[in-house]
Ligand binder design. Sequence first.
Ligand code: FE
Length: 151
Amino acid sequence: MVVSLCIRPSRETRGRPAYQELFLMAVANRYKCRLCGYIYSPARGEPHNGIPAGTPFEDLPESYVCPICGMEGKGKIGKWGFDEWIPTRYICTVCGYVYDQARGEPHRGIKAGTPFEKLPDTYRCPVCNLDPKINKEFGKVGTSGFSPLEF
Ligand code: FE
């Protein structure tokens, strides 16, 4: 993922992310506050704190503090208090089904421990797939219909 280091979001774009930013969202990692569990997501940034969507954790200013527990009077947690965080559970944004890496879907041939990223292109949400109404309205719901669960 060395290439991600060369990509910087264009700061001129407001609102809709440029394609470079979209690329960055796919490769930049999330970081989790060790104290409170807040997850910094580069795709989301913290626009209310002046950090635009598309800002990698590494590019946050040294003065950055966790916006959650820093506000609860537990002392300010800086970048040093964050660890890289890789999601292991993903939720279907159509029906709410949760894919859990620890569980996999053994009954469908997906072994326990299979990361979401390793699911085949043919993967379909098992719940949506069985619902004719959802199929009619949303089509087949594949991995692009899922979002990481941040807890
Ligand atoms: Fe679903």
